[in-house]
Design a protein around this ligand. Structure first.
Ligand SMILES: Cc1cc2nc3c(=O)[nH]c(=O)nc-3n(C[C@H](O)[C@H](O)[C@H](O)COP(=O)(O)O)c2cc1C
Length: 204
C-alpha cells in the first residue's frame, strides 16, 4: 500500500505556518491516493533524544555482537527508520531556525542516518525510489534573488542529507515572509492560500 510519512517540527502548533501548509499538502496528497496509509511523526510532540555514547557504541558495532542492552539503545532509531522505509513519499514541514533547521529535526536526522542501515559502508544511499517534499517556512525573504537567499542553509542541507540516504527526488516548497503573519499584515489562512498551487503541484 502507498504510504505517506508526515514529519513535523514546529512547536507553534495552531499558530504554525509550516503545520498549516503541511496539513494542506497532506489533504491534497491523500485525495490523490485515497487508499494510502499515513504515518505521523510529530517531532515537537516527541521527546527525541540526541545521540549519545551508548547510541554511538551500538550503531557502530555489528548487530550480531549486540547484547539486548546494547540493542536497546537503537530501538527508537530502528522505529524511525522503519517508518522511513515504509514510506513512498515523505513530507517534512519545518521552520527555518537561524538559517538552518530546528534542533529537533537535526536530532531526528542523527537518529535515521545510519551506516549499514540507511547508507552503505561505501556511502551509497539505501532508501531508494522515494519522493520527498520539504515545506520550509521562513520569517524573512529567501526567495531566489533576494539579498539573503544564499544564507538559506536549511534547503541545501535537507537536500544534501536526504540525498545521502538515497532520497534524491526532493521538492522544496519555500514559504517565505511568515513575518507578515506575525506582524498582522496578513492572516495565516491568506498566507497559506498563496501557496495553494505550489502545494497542489507538489502533491501531484
Ligand atoms: C528560534 C527561531 C529562529 C528563527 N530563525 C530564523 C531565521 O534564521 N530566518 C528567518 O527568516 N526566520 C527565522 N525564524 C522565524 C521562523 O522561521 C518563522 O516564524 C516560521 O514561520 C516559523 O515556522 P512555524 O510558523 O511553522 O512555526 C526563527 C524563529 C525562531 C523561533
Amino acid at each position: 500500500m502507498t504510504c505517506l510519512l508526515v514529519i513535523e517540527a514546529s512547536p507553534r502548533f495552531e499558530h504554525s505556518a509550516s503545520r498549516l501548509l503541511t496539513a494542506q499538502f497532506v489533504e491534497k496528497w491523500t485525495r490523490r491516493h485515497p487508499k494510502a496509509s499515513v504515518i505521523n511523526r510529530d517531532l515537537a510532540r516527541s521527546n527525541l533524544q540526541f545521540v549519545d555514547l551508548p547510541w554511538i557504541g551500538a550503531a557502530f558495532t555489528p548487530p550480531d555482537l549486540h547484547s539486548p542492552e546494547v540493542a536497546a539503545n537503537l530501538a527508537v532509531s530502528n522505529k524511525l527508520i522503519e517508518e522511513l522505509k515504509a514510506a513512498d513519499h515523505i513530507v517534512i514541514g519545518t521552520p527555518m531556525y537561524n538559517f538552518s533547521i530546528p534542533a529537533i529535526l537535526k536530532a531526528y536526522i542523527d537518529q535515521v542516518v545510519r551506516v549499514g542501515v540507511t547508507v552503505s559502508t561505501t556511502y551509497e544511499g539505501l532508501l531508494k525510489g522515494k519522493q520527498a517534499t520539504v515545506i520550509l517556512t521562513t520569517g524573512g525573504d529567501f526567495s531566489p534573488g533576494a539579498p539573503f537567499a544564499s544564507a538559506n542553509v536549511a534547503s541545501s542541507y535537507l537536500k544534501q542529507i536526504l540525498g545521502f540516504i538515497g532520497i534524491t527526488d526532493v521538492n522544496i516548497v519555500l514559504a517565505v515572509k511568515t513575518l507578515a503573519v506575525d506582524q498582522g499584515e496578513t492572516t495565516l489562512a491568506d498566507f497559506a492560500k498563496r501557496l495553494d498551487a505550489e502545494l497542489a503541484a507538489a502533491a501531484a
